[in-house]
Design a protein around this ligand. Structure first.
Ligand code: GLN
Length: 208
């Protein structure tokens, strides 16, 4: 759990509600033993600065490239985007999407909506949007997980990276965290359960 700024305590509480320990990450060494990372909502400009200051960029990108799940909500989604409308530098460009910050303008500073998210089952997700971004465009390798009624994309997945424009952790919604925790467990213990496959790190060291 990236804990530099923003709504990280709510994510740790949501993880706790499903029996998963959330470790607060502030420094590169905090990433050594984690099996996945949540990048919370908050203020992306502040988090961008703190990620650079504490030299977290490379270790987070390495964690993602090892196959560990990365889950960004709201500002977290902005930080994970390969492109930010308006020309801001990307921060952790792991998702092939273009995002627009504060896409709902002043009138709709915050709102809530019930969204269909088929990979999480039939029950809709109650989504809380707070000065939320929107995904303007998504590459071919990106799966769209949810859209607003008007068709705009608000949740995506590209392999091990998931992002939502909204805050599931503020609505008592645990299914995204459950999915991410399941992916983290599979990443940490690749030999367990069905679908056994070589560990990405082990494979590269064996080939060296
Ligand atoms: N508006 C914020 C930003 O652009 C994101 C808001 C949020 O994370 N709730 O960084």
């Amino acid at each position: 759990m990236l804990a530099l700024q923003g709504a990280f305590r709510e994510h740790v509480a949501t993880l706790g509600a499903i029996g998963v320990e959330g470790v607060e990450v502030r420094l590169p060494e905090d990433l050594v033993d984690v099996a996945g990372l949540i990048v919370p909502g908050g203020e992306s400009t502040t988090m961008r600065r703190l990620i650079r200051r504490w030299r977290l960029t490379a270790p987070i990108l390495d964690l993602a490239r090892s196959g560990a799940p990365i889950f960004g909500t709201c500002a977290g989604m902005i930080l994970l985007a390969r492109s930010i409308a308006g020309g801001e530098e990307p921060v952790l460009p792991l998702l092939d999407v273009v995002v627009e910050r504060n896409a709902f303008g002043r009138q709709l500073d915050s709102f809530e909506a019930d969204l269909e998210v088929p990979i999480l089952g039939a029950r809709p997700v109650h989504a809380v949007f707070i000065r939320a971004p929107i995904i303007e465009a998504a590459g071919r390798s990106v799966d769209v997980l949810a859209r607003l009624d008007d068709g705009r994309i608000v949740a995506v997945r590209e392999e091990n990276v998931i992002a939502t424009a909204f805050h599931p952790e503020l609505a008592g919604e645990t299914r995204f965290h459950h999915l991410v925790a399941t992916m983290a467990a599979a990443h940490a213990n690749p030999g367990e359960g069905a679908g056994r496959r070589p560990h990405p790190l082990r494979r590269s060291s064996a080939g060296a």
